[in-house]
Ligand binder design. Structure first.
Ligand code: FE2
Length: 149
């Protein structure tokens, strides 16, 4: 009989992010964001993402998935929305998690490229895109796994 240990998402993320080889998987001179899917099961998806200076995701949620991310090089800035805008700075080694329904826009405002590791549970199947207009945010479309990414 196999015993399956299910770790909290943040702990699982930290285990994956510990691999020093992740720092060398992407081209550091790239001018667009780069993604590498590190693992995908129905219950867990982990991505490595690298961010040139000024790269950003745009406002989005993660469908039914909760998530966690950590920065392993550089610094990212997360703008999130829960009826008001909040700003969080995530420097190298910082990590945090969020529940399904979290809406954010992640940006590299730093002078050097950033690298981050992202975990989602369950795996990402949809992401709703949003537009922030003053003090309101509105959904502008839904992206589907296998279609838009
Ligand atoms: Fe996100």
């Amino acid at each position: 009989m196999t015993t399956l240990t299910v770790l909290p998402l943040l702990q699982t993320l930290r285990e994956f992010a510990r691999d020093p080889d992740l720092l060398h998987l992407h081209d550091p001179t790239a001018t667009e964001r780069q993604w590498t899917e590190l693992i995908t099961t129905d219950d867990l998806q982990i991505w490595l993402i690298s961010w040139p200076t000024e790269a950003e995701t745009g406002w989005h949620d993660h469908g039914t998935a909760g998530g966690a991310f950590t920065t392993i090089a550089g610094r990212l800035t997360e703008h999130s929305w829960d009826g008001a805008e909040h700003i969080r700075s995530i420097g190298t080694g910082d990590a945090w998690s969020f529940a399904p329904g979290h809406i954010h826009n992640v940006r590299n405002l730093g002078a050097v490229p950033a690298i981050s590791v992202h975990a989602y549970s369950p795996r990402l199947t949809t992401m709703t895109r949003y537009q922030l207009s003053g003090s309101r945010i509105e959904a502008i479309g839904v992206e589907q796994a296998g279609v838009q990414w």
